[in-house]
Design a protein around this ligand. Structure first.
Ligand code: 5RP
Length: 297
């Protein structure tokens, strides 16, 4: 027991200032104000405390598509891009074999699986990673795909809820990924429904596609939204989509094919980061992409 006598009496309690966690928006991640410390620490590895936003590199395609254009060799394609992103979204197989542990980046661990491009209906997935293994990998979040409006809706919601419960036990957030089934249209109405459902189930942030009136989707969702990249677009269009999403309130971009299938993946990653973290507009980011691409030749 430390000696108590002679200590200066403590008096600087600053009673006029409210306790920080209860003042408005003292934590930089939407809806996360009342989470525990460990959960907030993991979310801060994902969402930069400086910009509030995140650049996620998705290369989990192989779990459903096998070898994909641009990702034939994960060990060659991914490492050069790692310094430019905040989060790596991948399967445990890809992480353990092709990502150096010294990269020290947040990991969004793909935790659902169960179908492939050979299936007509890809909405039937299972939880494919045990929470213990996610902890062993030091995952910053667990990613589960949900198929609202598809035959596998109920089981994919169960996968999401079971994963959220498992993650909550250890302070690990869950990323709810909105999948669009073949029979669903990419309408604002669909994304308003799907994103809100996932947030109400307890997902800590949501990955979804950009759509018209995206600011409404963002406003109605009580947790952060990051946009998915989707099929490869011309670089100018992909940057414009990222810019529009951020302008409408998205807190980041989780992009795969539009990065690793780009003519210059490194320049594309850097340009996305300029939009997400440095408020570049679409034109400035595209000019930056062209300059960076030339310098890399
Ligand atoms: C689909 C996913 C994918 O696994 C992947 O991450 C998609 O990346 P992109 O569409 O940008 O190539 O999450 O829901």
């Amino acid at each position: 027991m430390a000696e108590q006598s002679g200590n200066i009496e403590s008096k600087n309690f600053t009673l006029e200032t409210p306790f920080a966690p209860y003042s408005t928006n003292s934590f930089h991640v939407k809806g996360a104000e009342n989470y525990d410390w460990g959960m907030k620490d993991r979310l801060s590895r994902i969402f930069s405390p400086k910009s509030g936003n995140t650049v996620m590199l998705a290369f989990d395609h192989g779990y459903i598509m096998g070898s994909t254009t641009g990702l034939e060799r994960l060990d060659i394609a991914i490492p050069p891009l790692i310094p430019e992103v905040d989060v790596l979204m991948a399967t445990r197989g890809a992480i353990r074999t092709c990502v150096p542990p010294s990269s020290n980046k947040a990991l969004a661990l793909r935790c659902s699986a169960g179908s492939s491009v050979l299936d007509d209906d890809m909405s039937h997935e299972n939880i494919a990673v045990d929470i213990e293994d996610a902890i062993r990998l030091n995952a910053s979040c667990l990613a589960i795909q949900t198929f609202i409006g598809s035959p596998g809706q109920a089981s994919s919601i169960k996968n999401l809820c079971d994963t959220i419960d498992a993650g909550n036990r250890f302070g690990i957030p869950t990323l709810g990924v909105v999948a669009v089934g073949k029979q669903m249209e990419r309408t604002t109405k669909f994304f308003l429904l799907a994103t809100r459902m996932l947030a109400e189930f307890g997902a800590h942030f949501i990955k979804t596609y950009y759509c018209e009136d995206f600011e409404r989707v963002v406003a109605a969702c009580p947790v952060p939204i990051v946009i998915a990249g989707g099929k490869k677009l011309p670089e100018k269009d992909a940057l414009e989509m990222a810019y529009n999403a951020i302008r409408c309130g998205a807190r980041g971009v989780d992009m795969g094919r539009n990065i690793f299938q780009s003519e210059c993946p490194l320049a594309m990653t850097k340009s996305i980061s300029k939009i997400v973290h440095e408020q570049y507009d679409a034109k400035t980011a595209y000019d930056y992409y062209l300059e960076t691409k030339i310098k890399r030749r």
